[in-house]
Design a protein around this ligand. Structure first.
Ligand SMILES: Cc1cc2nc3c(=O)[nH]c(=O)nc-3n(C[C@H](O)[C@H](O)[C@H](O)COP(=O)(O)OP(=O)(O)OC[C@H]3O[C@@H](n4cnc5c(N)ncnc54)[C@H](O)[C@@H]3O)c2cc1C
Ligand code: SF4
Length: 337
C-alpha cells in the first residue's frame, strides 16, 4: 500500500487566502481541487508538498455562466460531470462537453474538476510509478535522476500532456485567468490565451508556476454554424487516460461550406499539438459533398505526417501513429454528428 506523505492541510474560503497560503509555503505548497491526480502523485513522491491548500470551500471558483456575448465563463472548481452534462456547454462548446465526458470513470468525474484537468501534470510510464519502482532505475530527469528513459541521451522530459479537455479548449480559443499573491511588482493577476499556457517540457509543461491559481476559464461565443467533436483512443472504454485524443472544430456557413477548421491532438508530447496543415485543407469544402470527402482524405494523410507519438505512455507508439488519421476522422465525424 502506498502511504500519503505528511503535509499540512489548509481549507481557505477565499481566493486571497488560498494564494497567500501557497505563497507562504515557499515553493512547497500545492492547490488541491478534486485530488484525483494530485493525491496519487503525492503518494508516488514525484510531487512533494509541505502545505496542501484545499480549494473546496471557495465558492467563487465554482459554476458555469453564459456571458452576455453568448460565450461561457467557467469556474475551475466545477466538476467534470457538471461540465459534461451542462446543456450550455453542449450547445456552445460541444467538443469540451464530449472530451470531459470521456475523462476517467464516473466517480473521478464527480470528484475531478475542470481546473485540475487544465493543470494536470504530464504522464509517462517511467514516472507514474512508486518511488521504490523508480529508484530501481535510478529515477529520471523529471524527478531525482539525470537520464530520460524515453529519449536516449535526451536533455528534456518528453512526458505527455494527457488532459482530455486541453485540445478542446485550444480549438475553442479559451482564455484563462490566473492569480497569485501580490508583490511589489504587481497584483499577481494575469490572463493567458489557452495556446500560451503550455511549453514543451514534460517536467513542468506550463508557463505559469505552481503558486498561480486558475480562477476562471473563458470561452468566447461560437458562431451559429459551429461544430465541435472529440475522439479518444484508449485501451478500455472507461477510466483510461488517452493514448491519443483529437479535438476538431468546424465553423460552417448556411450552405454547409467550412469557413474555419481546427484540429488539436493530445497525448503525443508535453504540449497539445495543433495540426494546422491538416485543418487548413478543410476550409472551403462543403459538408456532404465530394469536396469534403476529398479534403478528409488529404487531412488524414497530413495529420499522420505531422503527429509522431513517443514511447512515453503505454501503447506501441507506431500503432498510435497509425491511429492518428482514424481518430482525426472520428473527431470530425463527431463534430458533424
Ligand atoms: C484512474 C484515473 C484515470 C484518469 N483518467 C483520466 C483521463 O482519461 N483523462 C484525463 O484528462 N484525466 C484523467 N485522470 C486524471 C484526473 O482525474 C483528471 O484530470 C481530473 O480532472 C483532475 O482534476 P482534480 O480536480 O482531481 O485535480 P487535482 O488532482 O486536485 O489537481 C491536479 C493538479 O492541478 C492543480 N490544480 C487544481 N486546481 C487548480 C487551480 N484552480 N489552479 C491551479 N492549479 C490547480 C493541482 O495543484 C495539481 O497539480 C485520471 C485519474 C485517475 C486516478
Ligand atoms: S519522459 Fe523521460 S524524463 Fe520525462 S518522465 Fe519519462 S522517463 Fe522521465
Amino acid at each position: 500500500m502506498l502511504r500519503l506523505p505528511q503535509f499540512t492541510l489548509e481549507r481557505p474560503t477565499t481566493i486571497e487566502e488560498a494564494i497567500q497560503l501557497v505563497a507562504d509555503a515557499n515553493g512547497r505548497g500545492r492547490f488541491l481541487a478534486g485530488g484525483t491526480d494530485l493525491i496519487p502523485n503525492l503518494k508516488h513522491e514525484f510531487i512533494e508538498a509541505d502545505v496542501v491548500v484545499a480549494l473546496g470551500g471557495i465558492e467563487a471558483l465554482r459554476g458555469i455562466e453564459v456571458t452576455a456575448e453568448g460565450g461561457l465563463s467557467i469556474g475551475p472548481l466545477t466538476s467534470l460531470v457538471d461540465i459534461a452534462e451542462s446543456a450550455d456547454v453542449q450547445r456552445i462548446a460541444p467538443a469540451l462537453a464530449q472530451a470531459v465526458g470521456t475523462i476517467a470513470g464516473p466517480q473521478h468525474r464527480q470528484m475531478g474538476t475542470i481546473g485540475g484537468n487544465v493543470m494536470l501534470d504530464t504522464r509517462c510510464q517511467w514516472i507514474n510509478q512508486s518511488h521504490f519502482w523508480r529508484s530501481s532505475l535510478g529515477f529520471c530527469l523529471k524527478k531525482d535522476g539525470s537520464a530520460c528513459h524515453v529519449v536516449e541521451g535526451g536533455k528534456r522530459c518528453v512526458a505527455a500532456a494527457s488532459n482530455d479537455s486541453a485540445p478542446a479548449l485550444a480549438t475553442l480559443a479559451a482564455t484563462l485567468d490566473f492569480q497569485k499573491a501580490p508583490t511589489e511588482y504587481g497584483n499577481g493577476k494575469r490572463t493567458l490565451a489557452f495556446d500560451e499556457l503550455f511549453k514543451a517540457d514534460g517536467a513542468w509543461n506550463k508557463k505559469v508556476s505552481a503558486d498561480e491559481l486558475l480562477t476562471r476559464i473563458h470561452i468566447p461565443a461560437t458562431p451559429v454554424g459551429h461544430k465541435g467533436g472529440y475522439a479518444k483512443l484508449r485501451m478500455r472504454g472507461s477510466i483510461d487516460f488517452p493514448l491519443l485524443g483529437v479535438a476538431a472544430r468546424l465553423d460552417v456557413d448556411g450552405e454547409g461550406v467550412i469557413e474555419h477548421a481546427d484540429i488539436v491532438v493530445i497525448a503525443l508530447q508535453a504540449r497539445p499539438l495543433r495540426v494546422r496543415k491538416a485543418s487548413a485543407l478543410l476550409v472551403g469544402a462543403k459538408l456532404g459533398a465530394a469536396s469534403y470527402d476529398d479534403a478528409l482524405a488529404a487531412v488524414m494523410v497530413a495529420a499522420y505526417e505531422q503527429c509522431h507519438p513517443l514511447p512515453n505512455i503505454p501503447g506501441d507508439h507506431e500503432w498510435r501513429q497509425e491511429m492518428v488519421p482514424i481518430y482525426v476522422k472520428r473527431a470530425l465525424a463527431a463534430a458533424i454528428a
